[in-house]
Write a protein that binds this ligand. Structure first.
Ligand code: SAH
Length: 355
């Protein structure tokens, strides 16, 4: 069995290519060659928080604000369902108009009208009681990135809101029975290589079901406008480290990676990611959910988007899966051990294990 410190040593001493090869081999043994899909619906960009990095922060007066009505949100999920998707991520700014009652109502209707689909929420910090109500309404999963594990940097970047509060929210979500996702941006100003390693180790310690990471891309209308753009390689190296530390985690190849590098998502898949998140937000409003500049897929509607992704995945020897793709945490963890990456023993492929 390989320990966490051995994995980190391997990370430090290996080229990006060698890391990717090890992580990819492990990913294929655990998850097979299928890439899970999550239809992303960005339902409000009206934010009360002022994160320094974010293009839709409250203080950015140049943003055209929008909010899908609950019924429009439900309709967007139904369209994604009709396109074959069985897993949706409902993401928004921190928008108080969307009270827990309104959001829970939408979740209930989506679960009724899209039988068998999984609903993931990604709407920021809420009270434990709110998380409970949303779970009762049918939400299955929740994504809440901790953004950076450096407490001082976190507080600085998030307008005074502390890391501890996000970590408490993640604990609350776990206690309420959600499949839990978190993650971080790669290449934030003030971050070091040690911060990045600490970020990955925190993900492992939190025993996350899902880990979302992507490159930080400076937005011109934010206080971080002049920041350095770190290369995609940093994100690829982190993807591989996360996969080696967390064999069963669902790790998306994110839109930010595809926006920084035209082949960024393919590269993330080849570095150990196993999920894609096609954008299913109605195209009229999509351009206003601009967290960072250069965001891709702003005008492709559902079907066309899936066709493009299928071709892209074929180019890296993968195929799209329309399964709802629940967490494998627990199911396979005993078979994987902490670091199957060096063991020659074949692991059961995802398809065989999950069904
Ligand atoms: N309001 C929700 C959703 C935030 S948007 C929440 O607070 O959880 C989703 C993610 O986009 C954020 O968690 C952040 O990691 C990422 N993001 C924001 N600004 C970005 C930027 N400039 N570059 C790259 N990613 C960014």
């Amino acid at each position: 069995m390989t320990s966490t410190s051995e994995i980190v040593d391997f990370y430090r001493g290996s080229s990006t290519e060698d890391l990717a090869a090890a992580a990819r081999a492990l990913c294929e043994r655990v998850h097979g060659r299928a890439i899970l899909l999550r239809g992303l619906i960005e339902f409000s960009n009206d934010c009360v928080v002022n994160c320094l990095y974010c293009g839709i922060r409250a203080g950015n007066a140049s943003v055209e604000r929008y909010r899908l009505e609950p019924e429009e949100l439900v309709a967007a999920a139904e369209l994604a369902y009709a396109a074959g998707l069985r897993s949706f991520v409902l993401q928004s700014a921190e928008d108080p108009w969307y009270t827990v009652e309104r959001l829970a109502g939408a979740v209930e209707r989506i679960k009724e009208r899209c039988p068998g689909a999984a609903v993931t929420l990604s709407c920021g910090i809420k009270s434990r009681a709110d998380y409970r109500a949303l779970k009762s309404a049918g939400a299955d999963r929740y994504l809440l990135r901790f953004e950076t594990s450096d407490p001082a940097l976190h507080r600085y970047l998030r307008g005074g809101i502390v890391l501890e509060r996000r970590l408490q929210a993640l604990k609350d979500l776990r206690s309420e029975g959600y499949q839990v996702g978190s993650g971080f941006m790669v290449g934030l100003p003030g971050e070091t290589e040690e911060t990045r390693i600490a970020n990955a180790l925190l993900c492992a310690r939190l025993e996350l079901d899902m880990v979302g990471i992507g490159p930080f891309i400076p937005h011109p209308a934010t206080p971080l406008a002049g920041s350095n753009q770190e290369p995609i390689e940093l994100t690829l190296r982190m993807t591989s480290l996360l996969r080696l530390l967390m064999p069963t985690a669902n790790i998306p190849a994110t839109t930010a990676a595809g926006s920084l590098d035209p082949e960024g998502r393919e590269k993330m898949i080849l570095a150990g990611a196993n999920v894609l998140m096609p954008n299913m937000t109605p195209t009229q409003v999509r351009k206003n959910y601009l967290l960072y500049p250069g965001k891709i897929c702003l005008d492709e509607a559902g079907e066309k988007c899936l066709g493009c992704l299928a071709l892209r995945m074929k180019s890296v020897g993968r195929e799209l899966s329309f399964e709802r793709g629940d967490s494998l945490r627990g199911a396979l963890v005993a078979d994987c051990g902490e670091a199957a990456f060096r063991s020659a023993a074949p692991l059961p492929a995802r398809a065989a294990a999950a069904r």
